[in-house]
Design a protein. Structure first.
Lengths: 364, 364
């Protein structure tokens, strides 16, 4: 076997392990729910549906962080850690979709939309939208609790005071802080100084995305395997710029991506008013009248194809897309250089290189 | 000292311990947040504000469950458990208030309302209501994570697989399921069979309130102190009917309470469309035309004083208030009888009796 096919085989085994464990965990939770009432079945149903798909980027970062630090393949603890990360991500997505008013997720209805539809199908009373949001808030809370329950199952490696537990705690707090900065910038950005918008957008992606999606999961896997401080520091030099590039790629796709491939309607990030690094560059580099136009259009849920096309034109012509692509390239380079400096065996090195390439060059 | 003054002294010491520990914990979290951005300060600020007040019923149940099972006074582990319960309760209240559209909490603005006001004071762009809800969703998530972080700090007594951890996990899952049943009944109740409404309302209060507010906290304290199965069973025979009576008292106050004393506008439970046991009795016992009137009025946010007074009249005249008061009395009796059967020393016995009396006879 080549290193690449070895990586694929091992990854598949891990992902299957995570999927199987998640399915068993949720089935036990469904049994508990059944003792409460058959009416609560859709809560776990929504969570199961959500953890079935996805790129499993965080679980994989965690896995290779573990393997890179000498953790054995197929260890149940790392599979449990992968489940905890997947459940945490599902919880975050459920609440994110309420916050962003996103009715679709991975090509299907988002959780609040599912409950909204359940209401309408059953001809229930009062407001179906409010019911959908309320049910999804509770489902997200349940999923957040499950994530922690799963993480604790790891036992002594994740016990109180352990490095892994500290990383897990900081990860959760920082991503929630980062998400708050994100929604704050949507509303405060238009009345704050334009010159600071790129720096603020960089801070948002660092906390809401880079630390959460790549840096902390990789460190978590390493810490669970007992990685020394030096290795964790090296991990961070690779994973933080990688995560930043990953999120900027996501932001570019949010404006320029093909809806067929991304599974999200074109221009949704603009309708939500996301003030990304891409937008920050545009606000600063576009002629004042066009920058004002962007400020007026961002966060307008009624943006049509014509306006989305016009915003794209402004972003391209002022050089903001080029500036963002340069930054993605620079961060990627920094990440790949740091990766090559890591004292890793062949297998985790090849695997992380592969994950990194997929993260920054993807189309969806 | 009499037993009562001994209880008061010990309780005060415990509550001060919880308050001090919460304040230290949140101040450390604020330090972490400060490394992210000064902008995220209001998240922890809202949580601090919320955990400062309240009856601390759950923490006290936990404390006396611990003491009743032989746990020593002033042990740091039980203080930490009290913090975890208070943080969990704060998280639940933050999300509850979004779900119920409650703009006040303990006489002040609720968390989503605070963020809503922050938006307006700063003249930020886009929708202040949406921003308030989104920020409160994230604040509740953060607080839920803090609850778990605090619970894990207990260490080996709350480690993976321990009875205390199992109770904590089941408590969280059941209360979220119960809250879902609550919002489901608001919308599905009007189109479901009226005959089942009292039973459904009883199931809701069992899971969303009785198990969560009294049964699980008491058991948790007991389990942390290593209580045998038999004692935990006895605890439950006391605390479950007590919690049901407690919630029914709350429901009666939600319709008939004095806003000056409860801190909530009169009739808010009716405007939210809460289908309580009280309402269930009324729907079944009132003349059909009046039952239909209740079905039409419940969940109408525009209910004025005249309608609230009319609903009260219907509830009183059909005997639903009497039926509810009888049930409260019956459940209270059952709880107090079970309490006297518990093999407790004088101090925890007196304390639990006092807590139970306050819970079922309160006016706020």
């Amino acid at each position: 076997m080549t290193a690449t096919s070895h990586v694929t085989a091992e990854q598949t085994q891990f992902i299957n392990g995570v999927a199987g464990k998640l399915s068993g965990f949720l089935s036990e939770q469904q049994d508990l729910m059944a003792t409460v009432s058959p009416d609560v079945e859709p809560l776990i149903g929504s969570i199961s549906n959500l953890v079935t798909g996805g790129k499993r980027l965080r679980a994989l970062m965690c896995y290779w962080g573990w393997r890179g630090a000498g953790g054995p393949a197929g260890d149940p603890d790392i599979i449990t850690a992968g489940c905890a990360l997947e459940l945490f991500q599902a919880a975050a997505l459920i609440h994110d979709d309420i916050i962003d008013r996103s009715d679709t997720r991975r090509g299907g209805p988002s959780v609040h939309k599912r409950f909204n539809q359940l209401h309408e199908m059953n001809g229930w009373a009062l407001d179906s939208g409010r019911f959908g949001d309320a049910a999804a808030i509770l489902t997200g809370d349940l999923c957040l609790s499950f994530s922690e329950e799963s993480f604790t199952e790891i036992g002594h490696r994740a016990a109180a005071g352990s490095p892994a537990r500290r990383i897990f705690n900081v990860m959760r707090a920082e991503v929630m802080a980062g998400q708050y900065l994100d929604i704050l910038e949507e509303v405060a950005g238009p009345v704050r100084d334009r010159a600071g918008s790129v720096e603020r957008a960089k801070s948002i992606i660092r906390y809401k995305s880079a630390k959460y999606s790549t840096e902390h999961p990789l460190a978590l896997g390493g810490a669970l395997a007992g990685a020394p401080e030096g290795l964790l520091k090296g991990y961070s030099e690779f994973s933080l710029p990688l995560g930043e590039a990953f999120q900027m790629r996501d932001d570019v796709l949010g404006v320029f991506g093909d809806p067929e491939t991304t599974g999200k309607p074109a221009g949704d990030d603009l309708r939500e008013g996301k003030r990304t690094v891409l937008v920050g560059f545009a606000i600063n580099q576009a002629p004042p009248a066009e920058a004002d136009y962007l400020d007026r259009m961002l966060g307008n849920p009624g943006l049509g194809e014509v306006e989305v096309a016009e915003i794209r034109r402004v972003i391209v012509e002022c050089g903001a897309l080029d500036a963002t692509e340069s930054l993605i390239a620079e961060l990627s380079n920094r990440a790949f250089e740091a990766l090559e400096r890591l004292p890793l065996e062949d297998l985790p090195l090849v695997a992380l290189r592969q994950l990194a390439e997929a993260a920054v060059s993807r189309a969806a």
